[in-house]
Ligand binder design. Structure first.
Ligand SMILES: [Zn+2]
Length: 89
């Protein structure tokens, strides 16, 4: 998402997982000045949707480059591996 400064400040709130909230695999915020010509233009921001890179997590179905990184749980993403270890180990 390419956002104006005040909106970008809200979207960069680390306590909110905007990727999960938006039901997408990744969510990145940049300055609206850097929005490409083919971005969807909204009132306070512009949006570009792209295919995520990585593998599909078998637990949450997110596409993540962290899938396969955890040897004990090689088919899930880092976030799911943490949840599985905390609650199901
Ligand atoms: Zn996952």
């Amino acid at each position: 998402m390419y956002a104006k400064e005040d909106v970008a400040a809200l979207l960069n709130d680390a306590s909110i997982d905007f990727a999960q909230l938006s039901i997408v695999s990744a969510f990145e915020v940049a300055s609206i000045d850097k929005a490409p010509a083919d971005a969807l233009v909204l009132e306070h921001a512009s949006i570009v949707v792209e295919k995520a890179t990585g593998e599909k997590c078998e637990r949450c179905w997110s596409i993540s480059e962290s899938v396969g990184a955890n040897e004990a749980h090689p088919t899930v993403c880092a976030r799911c591996a943490e949840v599985v270890e905390k609650y199901y180990a």
